[in-house]
Design a binder for this molecule. Structure first.
Ligand code: S3P
Length: 169
């Protein structure tokens, strides 16, 4: 199997870190949001708008099941809400080693301040929504993780080095 799965809140660096980690390990890289977008031919924003959040969550769960047993030596970055849905944390563990990229609420708030790509944070109350979601999700990320990496505002290459150290222990 040997897959590595990156979980964590929106903006924690899953995609950037994931791509660099895959490169260092000569692994493939897969992002579940991109996978869903390609499958449906629609952006995540559009899926939320037209079909609603629940539809998107079902697609996320299906995606994990679909990929299980099919991937090898792959770094997988999953959407921030995926580990929260019942059953998904267990499903992720079947897919590979789950690595939680933890970033503080403050660092995330600064990063996501002007973000327009994430439907859950859109609108004028975006930062408040972000804080509420952050508190709600934290325990799910902790519970789903095999390994936790405290990233702070570290450079992605340093986060990659931290991950490589941890998985070689
Ligand atoms: C979401 C996170 C997004 C994307 C969707 C919902 C969430 O992915 O799946 O907008 O609920 O946290 P990223 O975590 O990659 O931004």
């Amino acid at each position: 199997m040997d897959n590595l799965i990156l979980i964590g809140f929106m903006g924690c660096g899953k995609t950037t870190v994931g791509q660099q980690l895959a490169k260092r390990l000569s692994y493939s890289f897969l992002d579940t949001d991109k996978y869903i977008e390609q499958k449906l031919g629609q952006t995540v924003g559009r899926i939320f708008e037209e079909e609603g959040e629940e539809f998107f969550r079902r697609l996320e769960t299906e995606t994990i099941k679909e990929l299980t047993g099919k991937l090898n030596h792959t770094v997988i970055s999953v959407g921030g809400g995926l580990p929260v849905r019942p059953g998904n944390a267990e499903a992720l563990k079947k897919l590979g080693t789950v690595i939680y990229l933890e970033v503080s609420r403050e660092v995330l708030a600064a990063r996501l301040k002007n973000d327009t790509t994430r439907p859950l944070l859109s609108g004028k109350d975006g930062s408040l929504k972000m804080e509420l979601l952050y508190d709600k999700r934290l325990p799910f990320y902790e519970a789903a993780a095999d390994i936790k990496i405290v990233t702070g505002s570290k450079h992605p290459q340093d986060v990659v080095n931290n991950i490589l150290e941890k998985i070689s222990q």
